[in-house]
Design a protein around this ligand. Structure first.
Ligand code: FDA
Length: 461
């Protein structure tokens, strides 16, 4: 195997997730010679649709990202540009809330909590709403109170404002288990504020009808698939980049199959995965430290497909919340009937952070049994016997390592946040994990992809 580059390009993009593919497409449109190197044997990164089910009756399951919300204008514009279509998530009927003693309460607006607790939830939500409006999602470290907000955990920040533990747990859940997929004591109040600001405002995040508004026909993975189709043979799969040698002139990028050279390099990877590549000479200490202070959250996305969407017959939407249950939130995830009209119905639920860690110590059979029991707590015994059961396993995949995305430890955002998107010589960095608007979402991946392309166009002229 030669280590001399076999070809030279304007730009090499490492990573064929939405960030890398977006940047590559825009650079190609600017007339740049671009190659995309992807370690997996498919494009899409954290977006993937898998087929599961009884032989001959398989259904499609979106095992990674899937929902689109109205504020995600970069994603909506990309969906339109690529000629794709969206459809609304099923939401007709009542939602359910399972109380700690197992009672099922139906509701449509506010969670059915005691009035005093709901007042505390409103108070905490108002504080977070204010912070989300004050914060610039592209520079949360510029907030006048940033140093303090980044030095206290989100849990402590909530507890300082309310002594109602149920209200604290409820608002903590919206950002912790449900979004950053870490317990609320593992990240700062500033990080929570960034998550809220990234959706425009906090009230968007807590409104399931807003943040989980629509899905893409054929799956959200159709977006990277269509981007890759436009890029054609510029995208090279099974090309795991292991080493990068950088100089003033550009980079030489090594994979087990050989080396390529370019004037500029985009590492379109989560910050955690930049350090998986040997970079020579090494990145400056600040850049290494910044990435060492980020980590993936952990959530197990679970889908159970039934012969019929039986909950709909009871006037239920399939939406449910139960902060104390193994599956803390659940939604109707039946695919658009026009795609495959099999008459089946699918529920999707999430097991997050500490509970997910514990669940992963159980055998596969025990985990399945306990997760289905949790779904049955919302919808009755009919939920115990799906025809197909699918758990997403991003945490076991070396090229991802968790879900949904990465965030800083306490104090990291102020110390290191601004470093993550700074280029080092010819190397540029980005992924949805470093987005402002659309942070942790595909919308953010597209925004960062556009920014990276603009940065390099400006640098190369
Ligand atoms: P991404 O991680 O997708 O891409 C990086 C690519 O780099 C990968 O393809 C990887 O294989 C490759 N790579 C890594 N190292 C390499 C190397 N050394 N050499 C070559 N290639 C390398 N978002 C949303 O908008 N709505 C939603 O509903 C959800 N829900 C959701 C659920 C679950 C379970 C997950 C895991 C994620 C979501 N998300 C989401 C988040 C969303 O999927 C995510 O933010 C984007 O897909 C990230 O895209 P990126 O391109 O930034 O990174």
């Amino acid at each position: 195997m030669t280590t001399e580059p076999t070809s030279t390009h304007d730009v090499i993009v490492v990573g064929a997730g939405v960030t890398g593919l977006t940047a590559a497409l825009r650079l190609t449109e600017q007339g740049k010679d671009v190659v995309v190197l992807e370690a997996r044997d498919r494009v899409g990164g954290r977006l993937s649709t898998e087929s599961h089910g009884p032989s001959g009756q398989e259904s499609d399951f979106e095992v990674g990202g899937q929902w689109v919300s109205p504020d995600q204008t970069a994603l909506l514009a990309m969906v339109e540009e690529l000629g794709l279509e969206t459809y609304p998530r099923y939401r007709q009927g009542d939602s359910v809330f399972v109380t700690p003693d197992g009672a099922i309460e139906r509701f449509t607006d506010d969670l059915p909590l005691p009035a005093a607790t709901n007042a505390e939830v409103d108070k905490l939500s108002a504080a977070l709403e204010k912070l989300s409006i004050e914060l610039d999602p592209d520079a949360p470290w510029d907030h006048p109170d940033a140093a303090h907000l980044d030095s206290v955990t989100f849990q402590a920040w909530l507890e300082a404002q309310s002594d109602d533990p149920v209200a604290v747990a409820t608002v903590g859940l919206f950002i912790g288990p449900a979004m950053l997929t870490k317990p609320a004591h593992a990240f700062s109040a500033l990080q929570a504020g960034l998550m809220a600001a990234s959706a425009g405002r906090f009230e968007h995040l807590v409104d399931a009808d807003f943040i989980l508004d629509r899905r893409v026909a054929g799956g959200l993975a159709s977006v990277p698939a269509a981007l890759a189709e436009r890029l054609g043979d510029r995208v090279r799969l099974s090309a795991d980049v292991t080493r990068v040698v950088r100089s003033e002139e550009g980079v030489v990028v090594h994979t087990p199959e050989g080396a390529l050279a370019a004037r500029r390099l985009i590492l379109a990877l989560p910050p955690t995965h930049v350090s998986r590549i040997r970079i020579e000479p090494p990145l400056p200490h600040r850049h290494q430290a910044a990435r060492q202070h980020t980590s993936f959250g952990l959530v197990i996305k679970v889908q159970a497909e039934y012969d019929t969407p039986f909950w709909r017959e009871q006037g239920l939407s399939g939406t449910g919340f139960a902060p104390h249950l193994l599956v803390h939130e659940v939604y109707d995830n039946t695919n658009d009937v026009s795609e495959r009209d099999t008459g089946t119905g699918t529920l999707v639920g999430f097991v997050s952070d500490l509970r997910a860690e514990e669940a992963l110590t159980w055998s596969d059979d025990e985990r399945r049994e306990r997760i289905l029991a949790s779904l049955a707590a919302y919808f009755g015994d009919a939920a115990l016997t799906p025809r197909t059961y699918v758990e997403s396993d991003w945490h076991t995949q070396e090229l991802t390592g968790g879900a949904y995305a990465t965030s800083f430890d306490v104090g990291g955002l102020v110390r290191w946040g601004s470093v993550l998107r700074q280029p080092v010589g010819p190397i540029h960095f980005g992924s949805s994990d470093v987005a402002g608007l659309g942070y942790q979402h595909v919308d953010g991946a597209i925004r960062v992809g556009h920014d990276l392309a603009a940065e390099i166009t400006a640098a190369l002229g």
